[in-house]
Unconditional design. Sequence first.
Length: 466
Amino acid sequence: MFGLTFSAGQAVERPNILWIIADDLGVELGCYGNPDVKTPNIDRLASQGIRYTKAYATAPICSPSRSSMITGMYPSSVNSLDHRTIDMTKLPEGIHPITEYFKEAGYFCTNGNADLSKRGKEDYNFLSEYLYDGVDWSQRSAGQSFFAQVQIFNPHRPFIHDPENPVNPDHVLLPACYPNHPLLRADWAMYLESIQQCDKIVATILTRLDKEGLAENTIVILFGDNGRPHLRDKQFLYEGGLKVPLIIRWPGKLEPGKVDDQLVSLIDVSATSLAVANIPIAGAMQGNVFIGEHTAKRKYILGFRQRSGEALDDIRSISDGRYKLIWNRMPEVPWMQMSGYKKSGYPAYALYCLLYRTGKLIQPFDQFMAAHKSEVELYDLKSDPMEFNNLSDDPQHVIVKQSLYKTLVAEMNKFEKNMILEKEATTQKARESAAHNYQSQMSGLGLNINSSDEEIVSYWESVLNR
């Protein structure tokens, strides 16, 4: 192993650091045990580095998650929790994007799209100047170390067909959190095909590192910006919404083929990236360093959910890796409140509504249609990985519930003490914008905002059957 300490004036060879970030990428990869998807390039990367089994985003949607990872701070601590708010503020005093620390250390910082031809996705919920020096590490000075990000759109919706390796919907293993319905199987198959397209882009990036002779001195870190884009996952604090793959390759430094089960938050990736570059970490940073001799293993994973589009909510979660407690601070709001983004883009949304109305959405799947949520949800992730059996009122789990709840409240008091709530006028603009986008999306499908659930389901059946 290697050390992360260095003295002033010491000559240190600084490694390049490359983040490969895929939109909405869950752990549905070959190296994570999914038999239905072909991801040979990501699998090979995992065999050359460390694969983390318990890595989590801080938020289940892109802008708060990305704001969090680029600062190494929880989104509520940097006023970045409401999705794409127009009430942006500057970062609190003493807090900076990690690119500033890299630049001060002489790094060239880039953020590019999949082929590095233009600026990559940022989606930060705070006011700032452009944080990067360019879009491609080739723009740097000769011999200059770089911190680069490559943003891959896949497997974000709309999904992309993979004609070379089509996935048969009849053969896929659908997660047990969803009813075994042909439409959901077809949609899931397309999700897997989009992951396969992502894998091909990863191959291009890694091949380029090899051709340029950069692979040996470049730390490659691959992860998703939040969980997978499905009904009960993205935007929610269940495992599907927060859990992401995390693979790190550092030739000669990290043991190849290792599997690590420690809890990791994406803010830890920020802190660790600075640490492995021998760059002092700012005291305000909330992430832990999890690689090297001087690490701090995480006891808990925290999750945050606020407004997403027009869907207002207020949810927090804490997990110790075995048990997860979800605190619904707006329990009166149903899970299936109106979300134009999901109704126009997720086949499961209209399907659930249709099946529930006709009495065909059976237990436990009908729980998601409840008119309100429990204020507290408690799940044993070992015996109930799909998070259906709420143990919050179970006498045998009182101590677990009280301990996690007490810790979560204390953590929120700490990480939300300077949080600025979004203005009502801003929330109203978000509603109006979401309504406009919904109308536009439905029009693009050949439907309208008054289309019935039957009509929407019929549309998706025709599209996915093609």
